[in-house]
Design a binder for this molecule. Sequence first.
Ligand code: MG
Length: 405
Amino acid sequence: MKSVAVLGSTGSIGTQTLEVIAAEPENFEVQSLAANSSIEVLAEQARKWKPSVVGLIDDSRAHELAAMLPDGTTLVTGQDALADLAASADVVVNGVVGFAGLPVTLSALSAGKRLALANKESLIAAGPVVRQVRSTPGAELVPVDSEHCAVHMCLRAGEGTRQLRRIVLTASGGPFRGRSYESLSTVTVQEALNHPTWSMGPKITIDSSTLMNKGLEVIEAHELFDVSYDDIDVVVHPQSIVHSMAEFSDGATIAQLSDPDMRLPIGYALAFPDRLATPFGALDWTKAMTLEFTQPDRAAFRCLDLAYSAGRSGGTAPAWLSGANEVAVEAFLAGRISWIAIADVVDAALQLWDSTDADTLEAVLDADSRARRVASELIDAGGFQPALSAPRVTEPNRTTAKAGQ
Ligand code: MG
């Protein structure tokens, strides 16, 4: 029986983690649950799972939540609460969104725990800082991101990284796969939010439409597996069945296949080195299936190469890329800039990167906040393609949106 801390329990990763645990209650118990501010959902989860501790980052409604918790469950609040919870369970699921997930990653690894990592920011912005604590005895990082979990499985089935030639990350291509750069200048927020194969939050869905998500995953793969950027490739695979691949020195490629279902990578990270007895995403081979692989259009989806470039620069450049991108995506969602301007803002912000090192948490946090400020100032100053007129943004034609897929 493993005790599990489900941090970010009310989000997509958190709720699916609880579904996996519900399937195998003989193997896992919920030790703690934590969320940012969704107290109603958190209270409901606590009544069902009866964890010993519940954490709430935003403490303004702590009294309300305390009244809703079952007997025997302790409430802890504030920014530091999650880091404390991360130090005490056998497995820590980090499903916290954004930068708030970084202390969870550092705390779980420093305490020598298994970290099931779904929070991208930890590795992308703070890779060098995370590297320092990964060598703590007992510390183990198993990625939950579907591509990296696939690579983890492929390396385990092959030779590890010893005779690895390259990692091939697959990308669905998002809703705009096959579209030219020119035609992308007119896409709406609703079209960009319409992902063909994965159902995710708005930020990551927009990142999928620009391929920035894949670019961030390239950086994540570099940090996780210590593979050079020259040996990490991206192929577009619209069916999202092959979740990524590893090619070895003798020419053999090992791939991991399943239907897109996040409960498989979550369960893998919980059960490792065992496997769940419950199947999630198993393929039905009695039905005909076609798998396609094509090269990404790097001119239309500029964010991919911007991420490679930031990754190769190293230091705080990936933190800078990630911070500027978040600001640009917010501006797009708010109708302030066009979809193609997201890459333009990130590009302009990266050119103002100050070449600092990412050797401490403070340096990373500082780079993140400065990148956000720089990106905001660039957007305020104008010069980027503005958003489309309001009616097209607020009244999407669903038929047209679907046709692009
Ligand atoms: Mg992914």
